[in-house]
Design a protein around this ligand. Structure first.
Ligand code: SF4
Ligand code: SF4
Ligand code: FES
Length: 364
């Protein structure tokens, strides 16, 4: 039997698979190493320096997200030297970041504030105004870039390049003026952007934010309730989280935004398209049917309970079968339904009504 290679992680032998980074090995072993520029969907960049660890024989601390495990490496993930480094680093990050934690989190949670608090960053360092340029007046309806919150981790630009394959945004400028920009600061609407919103989802600080809840003055994400559901726009059936303000609309609740579940936890890996991520306002549209309607003898439609509506539909279908036979019926399901719902439609057609006249628009 071939033994897997291992490293000594905080004094304990931990096996690894060739090609794994120290961060991956340590996370699998239960160590909680802070990260800001890391996303498992992206190539490591090693830019934020939060995940540094000590490797025996190496003169400097090394980024665990960008360092591959090698046989018999001796790695330390926490000691006074690493703690000093993290405290200093987070204090530096906070120096040109919005200082008030709650105000900074007017939209999504800010991972920087959380980590800075956890690692005892000094909040009293002199504050300097960020020099990074915004992209004001971008008329795109969904994505708002707020440069004062940006820590230049480049998760957004790498996502746009490596996952979306679009390259609509990029790092531009030099030194402390470096920022996230489109070509010539044009609107995302005039760029190659597909408005997938992935840059918002990966941003650790809320610098890349969803515009609609900000414009509407909606409560921050920490006050919203997440409801996991299946997107109903196409047959892929991506999982997504509706973020609901439970007190809105006289206590009936209102969807404020959609977020994607963490990568690696669902089909779709946390990636969504423009419809799944942003086109949720149909749910609250006044024209939407929220109660079954049943045709009256005079041709008008009247509200009914689900029981009444299902009984009427069943009676109608049974009547056609009795009068004209099973094959007089046909069932059409939709690619907007889940796989389970499409399965049930064909089951209803074949097992209950005895016809193979069943089709889904996804098949054409
Ligand atoms: S919305 Fe999608 S395509 Fe547009 S910039 Fe962001 S990641 Fe790129
Ligand atoms: S906008 Fe967000 S994801 Fe992009 S570089 Fe800035 S902090 Fe990172
Ligand atoms: S997470 Fe490793 S350097 Fe940013």
């Amino acid at each position: 039997m071939i033994e897997s290679p291992s490293i000594l992680l905080d004094g304990n032998p931990v096996p690894y698979r060739p090609g794994e980074t120290l961060l991956e090995v340590a996370t699998r072993a239960g160590q909680d190493i802070p990260t800001l520029c890391h996303d498992p969907r992206l190539e490591p960049m090693g830019s934020c320096r939060t995940c540094l660890v000590e490797i025996e024989g190496w003169p400097r601390l090394a980024p665990s997200c960008a360092t591959l495990a090698e046989p018999d490496m001796q790695v330390t993930t926490a000691n006074p030297r690493i703690q000093r480094h993290r405290r200093l680093l987070f204090s530096l990050y906070l120096a040109d970041h919005p200082t008030e934690h709650e105000a900074c989190e007017d939209g999504a949670p800010c991972e920087l504030h959380h980590l800075a608090h956890r690692h005892n960053a000094d909040p009293n360092w002199p504050h300097m105004e960020p020099l990074r340029a915004d992209r004001p007046g971008d008329r795109n309806p969904y994505v708002e870039f707020r440069a004062d919150r940006c820590i230049l981790c480049a998760r957004c630009t790498r996502y746009c390049d490596e996952v979306e394959g679009v390259n609509a945004i990029t790092l531009t400028g030099r030194g402390s003026e470096t920022t996230i920009s489109t070509s010539d600061q044009i609107s995302l609407m005039d760029s190659s952007c597909e408005l997938c919103g992935g840059c918002i989802a990966v941003c650790p600080t809320g610098a890349m934010a969803e515009k609609m809840p900000l414009v509407a003055g909606a409560p921050p994400e920490r006050e919203l309730q997440k409801v996991r559901t299946t997107c109903n726009y196409c047959g892929v059936g991506c999982q997504l989280d509706l973020n609901v303000d439970p007190s809105a609309d006289e206590g009936r609740g209102r969807i404020v935004k959609v977020t994607s579940p963490p990568p690696g936890t669902i089909t779709g890996d946390g990636n969504l398209c423009v419809k799944g991520r942003f086109a949720y306002d149909f749910v609250h549209h006044p024209d939407r049917l929220t109660t079954p309607l049943v045709r009256q003898p005079d041709g008008s439609l009247a509200e009914a309970t689900w029981e009444e509506a299902i009984a009427r539909a069943a009676a109608g279908l049974m009547g056609v079968r009795e009068r004209h036979g099973s094959d007089a019926l046909g069932f059409v399901s939709s690619s907007r339904c889940t796989g389970e719902e499409n399965y049930l439609i064909q089951k209803l057609a074949r097992a209950v009504f005895g016809t193979n006249n069943v089709h889904s628009c996804a098949a054409t």
